[in-house]
Each structure stands twice: as structure tokens, then as C-alpha cells.
Design a protein around this ligand. Structure first.
Ligand code: F6P
Length: 323
């Protein structure tokens, strides 16, 4: 391996820049040529590929977003699109890839390896934390911190007005951000896709808390919940608690931005170096993750399978603390 291409794809996450920088720096350390593939797989198809030098990665570690930009590519889903992308890679002589993104992005890397034999290593870059083979994905910690800071602010106004707030957090189909931000902000209840909570139970809980004269109630709702988003749940609850002043806040994309936390900087840096060293050791079609603070390489096919779920113990703790 002499020339490695790096790309970010799918939803951006804080720490992606730190991961790119670490991979590129490690590449230089091992005397490799490093290429930036802009706008993910879309840029690979459009030949938006440039050789990187150390100036490209100066002062990016501390910045949110991804300077390589990101996109979700429909064309890459087709064999013709992938062939175009492969031809462009070869025209630059790129012989290996580091792909930073979520499950869709890693699936792309897996397919590309299978079809063209291009050695590829994935790094888990998503705020959702929904990849197996790593305790935490790059960006998850920052997103939880951002959500908690926002909820703390909502708490101030909720307390001043004795209000009930429903706050919706991101996470796609997973409840990791919700459970983490909910425990960290003393939520009255946390609704996640992994555990069903009937509306009647939620209403009962809120009634008990009202009797206990709690001055504010904040319910965290994961966006992927089966009973609907925060607005729908609030609507249903209002029918049972008409006397309550209910408000809804959807945190949305603010959870994706901002400077990465110290944890995400360290995680991204370790995994960026691991990606290059892994490729040089012949570890292909795998995702580098961190488990118990040790780098672990997991086959991409295994990492993208949805078998990582919110820890039951976290759910138990949340329940105890919200009574
Ligand atoms: O996967 C990251 C994520 O932010 C999810 O939490 C969310 O469901 C989705 O991306 C939003 O995607 P988009 O930015 O394309 O609307």
C-alpha cells in the first residue's frame, strides 16, 4: 500500500476532522501518500479527489463537521456508480481506503472491497452510537454533551413556569443519546425505541411526580420511538393531563455540530492511527473500534448488524432515578 484515500460519508459527527487528521498524520509518518476524497462516495464518483499535505490538516482537530465534506450518494448504491468510483480511484493510483461514517458508509466500504478488492478500513463516525465493535462511536460523546447542555437550559425555564417539556433527541432507530442525555439531565422519563412505555404508564408517572410537587418535568423522547416523536407523545399526554402547561422542543441538528469533546478527540485520534496501521498489517474489510480502551478490529459486516442495544442497566438506573 502506497496511496490511501480518506473520506467521510453520511451524517457528519463531531470528531470526524480529528479522525481524518490522525489518519493523514499517521499516513505521513509511515511515508504514504494521502488523498482526500471530497463529499464521500459522491466525490469518488465525480473524481473530486485531491492529494493532501500537512497544511490541509492544520487546525482541524478541534473543529466540528468534516472539512472533507459529506454526502449520501444514491449513485454509489448502483454497480455502475461503484465502477465509476473505482476507475477514478485507480486513475490516482489510490490502493486503499479509510472510510469514516455510520452503517451506510461502512456498508459501501464493504461492497467496494468485495467487488474490487480495494483494501478498506472503516471508522465509526456517527452521533448515534449504533455500531457494534466499539463502546462509543466518534461524535456520540459530544452529541450527548450538547444535548445535556441544551436540556439544562430548558430546565431553567421549565422550573420557572412549572412546565412539562418533551424534548426530542436524535439517534435514528437507537436510544443511546436519549438514555445518556436523559440520565445526565435528571429526566422524568426517557422514551427509547428499544423499550416500550405505554402512554398510560407515562401519564401515571407524571401524576405521581406532580403529587410529589416536582417543580419541572422533562421527558426525553428518542426520535426513532415507535409511539411517535415528542410532538405526538405530548399531544397524547395532554389529553390525560389538560391542566399541565406542555411544551415541545426538538433539538435536531444542533446535536451534530460543535467542537468535539476531549473524549471524542482522543477516540478519533486513536482510531485514525489504528486505521493506517491496520491497513499496513493487512487488516481489510474491518472497522476499527475501541473496547475497554483497546483498539479492536471487527469485520464490517458484523459491526453494522444492529445487535448493539441500550444497556439494560442504564435503563434500570434511569428508572430508579426518575421516581
Ligand atoms: O445518523 C445521524 C443522524 O443525525 C441521525 O441521528 C438522524 O436521524 C439523521 O442523521 C438525520 O439525517 P439528515 O441530516 O440527513 O436529516
Amino acid at each position: 500500500i502506497k496511496k490511501i484515500g480518506v473520506l467521510t460519508s453520511g451524517g457528519d459527527s463531531p470528531g470526524m476532522n480529528a479522525a481524518i487528521r490522525a489518519a493523514v498524520r499517521a499516513g505521513f509518518y509511515y511515508n504514504l501518500e494521502m488523498y482526500g476524497i471530497y463529499r464521500g462516495y459522491e466525490g469518488m464518483i465525480l473524481n473530486d479527489i485531491k492529494k493532501l499535505d500537512s497544511k490541509n490538516i492544520t487546525h482541524v482537530l478541534e473543529r466540528g463537521g468534516t472539512f472533507l465534506k459529506s454526502a449520501r450518494s444514491e449513485e454509489f448504491r448502483t454497480p455502475e456508480g461503484r465502477k465509476k468510483a473505482y476507475d477514478n480511484l485507480r486513475s490516482h493510483g489510490i490502493d486503499a481506503l479509510v472510510v469514516i461514517g455510520g452503517d451506510g458508509s461502512l456498508t459501501g466500504a464493504h461492497l467496494f472491497y468485495k467487488e474490487f478488492g480495494i483494501p478498506a478500513i472503516g471508522l465509526p463516525g456517527t452521533i448515534d452510537n449504533d455500531l457494534s465493535g466499539t463502546d462509543s462511536t466518534i461524535g456520540f460523546d459530544t452529541a450527548c454533551n450538547t444535548a445535556i447542555q441544551a436540556i439544562d437550559k430548558i430546565r431553567d425555564t421549565a422550573t420557572s413556569h412549572d412546565r412539562l417539556f418533551f424534548v426530542e433527541v436524535m439517534g435514528r432507530d437507537a436510544g443511546f443519546i436519549a438514555i445518556n442525555a436523559g440520565i445526565g439531565s435528571a429526566a422524568a422519563a426517557i422514551l427509547i425505541p428499544e423499550k416500550k412505555m405505554p402512554i398510560e404508564d407515562l401519564v401515571e408517572k407524571l401524576k405521581i411526580r406532580t403529587k410529589a410537587k416536582k417543580s419541572s418535568n422533562i421527558v426525553i423522547v428518542a426520535e426513532g420511538g415507535k409511539s411517535g416523536g415528542a410532538a405526538e407523545i405530548a399531544e397524547k399526554v395532554k389529553k390525560h393531563l389538560p391542566y399541565y402547561d406542555i411544551k415541545v422542543t426538538i433539538l435536531g441538528h444542533l446535536q451534530r455540530g460543535g467542537a468535539p469533546s476531549s473524549f471524542d478527540r482522543l477516540l478519533a485520534s486513536k482510531l485514525g492511527v489504528a486505521a493506517i496501521e491496520g491497513l499496513l498489517q493487512g487488516k481489510y474489510d474491518v472497522m476499527a473500534g475501541l473496547i475497554n480502551n483497546r483498539v479492536v478490529f471487527t469485520p464490517i459486516k458484523k459491526a453494522i448488524v444492529d445487535d448493539k442495544t441500550v444497556d439494560d442497566d442504564d435503563f434500570r438506573v434511569a428508572k430508579i432515578l426518575s421516581t
